[in-house]
Structure formats: structure tokens, C-alpha cells
Write a protein that binds this ligand. Structure first.
Ligand SMILES: Cc1cc2nc3c(=O)[nH]c(=O)nc-3n(C[C@H](O)[C@H](O)[C@H](O)COP(=O)(O)OP(=O)(O)OC[C@H]3O[C@@H](n4cnc5c(N)ncnc54)[C@H](O)[C@@H]3O)c2cc1C
Length: 275
């Protein structure tokens, strides 16, 4: 390793990033990507920066600090709006991975199969990026631009994920399909956030992952859900609404299988809201 730095303030980290460093959070993507070779890059460990830790609630929503782990999310006192993201958290690896791995690391690694992305898209999340020149906020949908690609500029850190408070009552859900029950990379996953008033949907956000280079929202499905009763949601899912997806064949499943299975996954996901 060239250099290792573990700053305790954000300012110190951003000053250090004037020269190239690889950011290390929980290391659960970082280390497996380097198995069998020496780490010869400068490593900036952000685990000691207090302002990046923890979940806080404000009048307009929630701030999830960048080094919030999956386990911290599961232990936090959060409303049913977060049920989908918490379900995803329970299925990210095993307990050791959930204890070390962070939500922001999952987003920055930008794997098409990152389980955190669909639920956060369905929560309309934004990301807060900080660099020496200042801070910028972006919708999550514009942050990840491709397989392992984000808009993070050199010298920038993802410092927080923000989840806006919905206008009314809202619930969310997540379903993941893997080749076995636990410790598995997703073949496909789906997340939904529904705002519900008097048993009818007033707003819907649906996202699917592992079926395109970047997880995608499904606007055509979202549109037909608005106004529907909670009991009638599953019947409104149709293959034609999957146009934003572009699944590929890989070792976990074929493109054709993914297209078929997503319809079933979405129907099951939406049927779950009536139970
Ligand atoms: C056994 C095992 C099972 C797994 N199972 C799953 C699974 O089921 N689902 C799933 O989605 N993932 C899974 N993963 C992947 C991984 O655990 C998650 O993606 C995790 O959330 C990554 O977070 P981290 O803090 O460990 O990231 P790190 O490994 O520390 O970092 C990941 C990448 O993001 C960058 N980075 C991290 N934080 C920041 C930041 N704040 N600002 C800028 N850049 C940053 C790093 O430079 C690096 O490139 C698994 C990994 C292992 C080893």
C-alpha cells in the first residue's frame, strides 16, 4: 500500500483528496476486488469521520450519513416508509457484511445487482456529494450512470443519502430473486413505494434492479397504479410496462428468464401491500 489515511473530519478528508486516494468505507466491495494482489494505491478510510455517521430525521425527511451500515439501518427507529429498504438490508450478504457494508458504498460501487439501489430509487432518494469546491445534491437516478459508473468527480465524496418525507401515508416493499435464499447476488429485484389514502394509491414509485446496467423506475406501471385500490394492484402489471429494462444473459439467468420473472416479482411485490 502506498499510503493509508483515516481522517476524523470531513474537511481533512476533502483536503487529502486533492491528490488521488481510493476511498474505503466498509471494504466489503473494496477488498474482494483486490484478492490475490498487493494493495498499491493510497487508501482513504472514511470510517472515522463523525459527520458521516448515523441517521437523522428532519421536518422534510431523513438524512442517512454515508457510513451508515446495513445493520445500523435495521436497528434504527424508522417508519413503514423504510420497510422496503430494510428488507433489502436483511438480504445484503450475511450479518458480517451487514455490520461492515455501508449504503453509500453500495451506491458508489454501482453494481447493476446492488440491492440498495431499487429501494432508494423508489424512495425518491437524493445523494449529497462534497468536494473542496462545495456541495451538490443529485437525484439518485442521475448519480449512477452505468455498470460501475457514477458521476462522482475526482476529489468528491458521497456524504449522505436523503429521503424526502412523502405528502401522506406511505409504505414500501422489496423482493429479491436469487438462486438460493441467502448470501446470493440478485438475478432480479423489485422495490415499490406507495402513498395510500382511503385504500387507494395516490402516488407510486416502482424500481427494478439487475435487469439493466442501472436499476430503473417503471413510469408506465407507476401511472396505472395511481387511483387503483390496494387489492387490485397486482393485476395491473403487464410486460409492456418493462420497456425501460434491458436485461442481459449472464451466469445467473438469461435475458428472457429475467423479463418473465420480473412480471411475477412485481405482481408478488404489489400483492403484498393488501395483506
Ligand atoms: C460476501 C459478500 C456478500 C455480499 N452480498 C451483497 C448483496 O447481497 N447485495 C448487495 O447489494 N451487495 C452485496 N455485497 C457487496 C457489498 O457488501 C455492498 O455493496 C456494500 O454495501 C458495500 O459497502 P462498503 O461500505 O463495504 O463499500 P466499500 O467496499 O468500502 O466501497 C465500495 C466502493 O465505493 C467507494 N466508496 C465507498 N464509500 C464512498 C463514499 N462515501 N464516497 C465515495 N466513494 C465511496 C469505494 O471507493 C469503493 O469503490 C456483498 C459483498 C460480499 C463480500
Amino acid at each position: 500500500m502506498a499510503d493509508y489515511l483515516r481522517p476524523t473530519s470531513l474537511d481533512e478528508a476533502l483536503q487529502a483528496l486533492a491528490r488521488p486516494w481510493t476511498v474505503l468505507a466498509g471494504g466489503t466491495d473494496f477488498y474482494p476486488a483486490r484478492v490475490g494482489r498487493a494493495i498499491d494505491e493510497n487508501v482513504l478510510d472514511i470510517g472515522g469521520i463523525g459527520v458521516l455517521r448515523g441517521i437523522t430525521a428532519g421536518p422534510h425527511g431523513w438524512r442517512l450519513g454515508a457510513t451508515t451500515t446495513w445493520s445500523e439501518l435495521l436497528e434504527a427507529d424508522l417508519p413503514p416508509l423504510f420497510d422496503g429498504l430494510r428488507h433489502a438490508a436483511r438480504e445484503v450478504g450475511g450479518r458480517q457484511i451487514q455490520n461492515a457494508g455501508t449504503l453509500a458504498g453500495n451506491l458508489c460501487n454501482a453494481s447493476p445487482a446492488a440491492d440498495g439501489v431499487p429501494p432508494l430509487l423508489a424512495l425518491d432518494a437524493t445523494v449529497e456529494l462534497a468536494g473542496r469546491a462545495g456541495t451538490r445534491h443529485l437525484p439518485l437516478a442521475s448519480f449512477i450512470t452505468g455498470n460501475r459508473r457514477t458521476v462522482l468527480a475526482p476529489g468528491e465524496l458521497l456524504v449522505a443519502i436523503h429521503v424526502p418525507k412523502p405528502a401522506g401515508d406511505a409504505r414500501s416493499a422489496f423482493l429479491k430473486l436469487g438462486a438460493r435464499r441467502y448470501l446470493v447476488i440478485s438475478i432480479a429485484m423489485a422495490a415499490a413505494t406507495l402513498e395510500i389514502e382511503d385504500g387507494r394509491i395516490t402516488a407510486a414509485r416502482i424500481a427494478v434492479g439487475a435487469c439493466s446496467a442501472v436499476a430503473r423506475r417503471l413510469p408506465a406501471l407507476e401511472a396505472v397504479l395511481v387511483g387503483a385500490t390496494v387489492e387490485s394492484l397486482a393485476a395491473r402489471v403487464e410486460a409492456s410496462q418493462l420497456a425501460p429494462l434491458s436485461p442481459i444473459d449472464d451466469v445467473r439467468g438469461s435475458a428472457g428468464y429475467r423479463r418473465e420473472v420480473v412480471v411475477t416479482l412485481l405482481r408478488r411485490l404489489l400483492a403484498g401491500f393488501s395483506s
